[in-house]
Design a protein around this ligand. Structure first.
Ligand SMILES: Nc1nc2c(ncn2[C@@H]2O[C@H](COP(=O)(O)OP(=O)(O)OP(=O)(O)O)[C@@H](O)[C@H]2O)c(=O)[nH]1
Ligand SMILES: C[S@@+](CC[C@H](N)C(=O)[O-])C[C@H]1O[C@@H](n2cnc3c(N)ncnc32)[C@H](O)[C@@H]1O
Ligand code: SF4
Ligand code: SF4
Length: 652
């Protein structure tokens, strides 16, 4: 490890693969004055196609400056660049009220207890999300405060480092009794639902008595120092739209934030357009009484548009999901009480994290499932209100991060000479080496790995960082590695898998050099229109076919040596499976990339991943059509072997 990093200047952007942990360690060891802010394996941005960016190492005092260019966990960033750092967890499906706009009179059909997330499962998932960058968790339901172990859950959440805010949305029925313990356990924010200030109307809307309990809960919350206490009021024509002024008047003396919510359609709530009172209509009504109503600036990700009557202690807001959606800045994900991840409030697209968790999926596998679901999140309202958007579903992106490798040293040196002083970061079988020669400022490595696409996006990202951070004053030096290394196709006359007697024999690879080796393979599944459309809309009866296929591919790669008789058992550093939908052909392209650090290659692992993923997709769709064709499974590239790299030419 080179230690002369005194000249190692301001910013390194590294692009790399599985050696990230040791790279991070190496950088920390070598450059004490640099702080590793966050290390991500890939970044994706739909428009700009910023992919495959490894990480940032920035001096501590520049971390704020760089905030807006720092990559966010690829698993929690969707294809529109939205960063999901707010998780809403439903603690229960049960409720002690039956609000007309939310639940039918008889309640909802409850999921059997055994299928609900246990506290431990819920906390395990929460931990995973927080580790990836979620900093706010809201507990909701059903009525979250009727779950018996709610205090235990909150107290355990409170222990999660990185979780800044724990909030709860409640109907307030149990609040007075629970507030002291809720506060002690660690609740930071309280949203309390109250749709009317008239007790009899409360009983009509909620189909239960309880008005005074809720009011008492609100008072107690104020008394205990919650400020503001948010009050949620769903406004419905003919029911409570005549109470807007009364609600706003409450904010005169109390630190309340009353939010008027546009009535939304949900299964079974008999939503009717005529019953919805729009934001504009509510605003007009309130402005008649208080013409000098002023806007209050808020966070970009707020659900509510905030206002204040000058001189009033509290404020008011409008949640305009229907008339003016706020999907553009959406930062929310949800976990239902039975463990489904729901990437949008609307839409039925759900993936059961519970099932993966209970079948022993590793955290890494869970993250890939989560990443796949987030990657498919629609631009707004799950695509419900803008069907035309559904066509533009982006390429399925599953945090793949194995495409950046150091080109062979000769090529690297050649290009180093061409581009002047650069920081060279090398990784492979050994810990990365830092050679700080003159005054390197930005490291950039791109590899000739079948990937001009990746190179372009990485360069784009570098330029983006550069233009965004003039304060840092770093120079942008780009190391191009266009040259393809000599491409050997790897074929040989010699039969390596038979012995002198023609019997099967495993090749002894013990004498080969340990190198970082990668392989990428792909395959195509022609689904036909019916199955394709169902997969595309994630409406297959069997569930999320793409997420399952992706996971199957990863698991398949790990099983290669058990499936292919003479294959070696390899330690896989990384496997990723990505899926692309070809709308015009009603087909799906599945790509797998594998990486190992060892003495034999991983092309069989990549091919097996593709084969298993394509077969899984077939299995998921076979109840819809048998006219499904799996075709064109092939190796796309292979690097790091002693016979040189292989890259399939684009037309072969
Ligand atoms: N469209 C949309 N509306 C949401 C979403 N989350 C909450 N809402 C709306 O916001 C209302 C209030 O929800 P709350 O549970 O109080 O959460 P919130 O407003 O997101 O809470 P904070 O912003 O954390 O105070 C709900 O009744 C919905 O109308 C969401 O993800 N999408
Ligand atoms: C589903 S409740 C769950 C938490 C808790 N039981 C409560 O009522 O606050 C969360 C929020 O959703 C709101 N909500 C429910 N159905 C709605 C609908 N159809 N339109 C708009 N908001 C709705 C409720 O008013 C409440 O503020
Ligand atoms: S809005 Fe809340 S309190 Fe009302 S029925 Fe739904 S879950 Fe229960
Ligand atoms: S409707 Fe979906 S995309 Fe829009 S804000 Fe709500 S959760 Fe986010």
């Amino acid at each position: 490890m080179a230690s002369n990093c005194s000249t190692f200047s301001r910013l390194i952007i590294g692009i790399q693969t599985a050696a990230e942990a040791c790279t991070k360690r190496a950088v920390q060891q070598t450059c004490g004055r640099y702080r590793v802010c966050r290390w991500y394996s890939s970044v994706t941005h739909e428009e700009n196609r910023l992919e495959q960016v490894g990480g940032l190492v920035v001096p501590g005092n520049h971390s704020q400056v760089l905030k807006d260019v720092l990559p966010f966990s690829a698993f929690l960033m969707d294809s529109f660049g939205r960063r999901h750092n707010y998780l809403r967890i439903s603690l229960t499906e049960k409720c002690n009220l039956r609000c007309q706009y939310c639940m039918p009179q008889e309640g909802v059909k409850l999921t059997p207890r055994s299928q609900l997330l246990t506290a431990e499962e819920l906390l395990m998932l929460a931990r995973l999300f927080v580790r990836e960058g979620v900093n706010k968790i809201r507990l909701t339901g059903g009525e979250p405060l009727i779950r018996p172990d709610v205090l235990h859950i909150i107290a355990e959440l409170r222990k999660l480092e990185g979780l800044k805010t724990i909030a709860v949305t409640t109907n307030g029925m149990n609040l007075t009794r629970l507030l002291p313990s809720l506060k002690k356990a660690g609740i930071d924010l309280l949203n309390i639902s109250l749709d009317t200030l008239v007790p009899a109307k409360f009983e009509f809307i909620a189909r239960r008595k309880g008005f005074h309990k809720v009011m008492e809960g609100i008072e107690k919350a104020i008394e205990m120092g919650y400020n503001p206490v948010k009050v949620n009021c769903v406004v419905m024509r003919g029911l409570n739209e005549d109470e807007l002024i009364d609600f706003v008047s409450l904010t005169e003396r109390k630190p309340l934030d009353v939010r008027f919510i546009e009535y939304m359609p949900f299964d079974g709530n008999r939503w009717n357009f005529k019953m919805m009172v729009s934001y504009q209509e509510m605003l007009d009504c309130i402005k008649q009484k208080w013409p000098n109503l002023e806007t209050v600036p808020g966070e970009e990700t707020d659900t509510a548009k905030a206002f204040r009557v000058p001189g009033f202690r509290g404020q008011l807001g409008f949640i305009t999901s229907m008339s003016d959606n706020f999907c553009g800045s959406c930062n929310r994900l949800r976990i239902t009480a039975d463990g489904n991840l729901k990437v949008c409030l609307f839409g039925n697209s759900e993936v059961s994290l519970r099932d993966f968790l209970r079948s022993g999926a590793t955290e890494e596998e869970l993250l890939h499932i989560i990443g796949a679901a987030v990657g498919r999140k629609k631009k707004q309202h799950a695509g419900m209100f803008n069907i035309s958007q559904m066509k533009n579903r982006p390429m399925i992106l599953i945090g793949s991060n194995c495409s950046w490798l150091l080109p062979n040293t000769g090529a690297l040196k050649k290009h180093t000479a061409l581009t002047g002083p650069v920081q060279i970061l090398r990784w492979g079988s050994q810990p990365p080496q830092l050679h700080s020669k003159t005054f390197p400022s930005i490291l950039f490595l791109s590899a000739p790995l079948s990937a001009s696409k990746f190179r372009d996006s990485t360069l784009q990202f570098a330029r983006h960082c550069h233009s965004k951070t003039p304060e840092c004053g770093f120079d942008l030096k780009i190391l191009h590695t266009d040259a393809q290394s000599s491409s050997l196709d790897g074929t040989s006359d010699q039969l390596t898998h038979t012995d002198a007697q023609g019997k099967a024999s495993m090749v002894n690879v013990g004498g080969k050099a340990v190198t970082c080796r990668t392989a990428m393979a792909c395959g195509k599944v022609i689904l036909g229109p019916k199955a394709f459309n169902l997969v595309h809309a994630n409406q297959l009866a069997k569930g999320d076919a793409l997420a399952v296929a992706q996971l199957a591919g990863i698991m398949g790669a790990k099983q290669t040596s058990s499936l292919i008789p003479l294959c070696h058992l390899l330690p896989l550093d990384h496997t990723s499976v990505t899926i692309e939908l070809l709308e015009e052909e009603h087909a799906v392209i599945i790509k797998a990339t594998c990486q190992t650090t060892g003495c034999t290659g991983v092309e069989m692992e990549a091919l097996t991943a593709v084969a298993v993923a394509t077969l899984t997709l077939y299995d998921m769709c076979k109840s819809v059509s048998h006219n499904i064709v799996i075709t064109d499974i092939k190796l796309l590239s292979k690097t790091g072997g002693q016979r040189g790299d292989f890259h399939r030419s684009p037309d072969s």
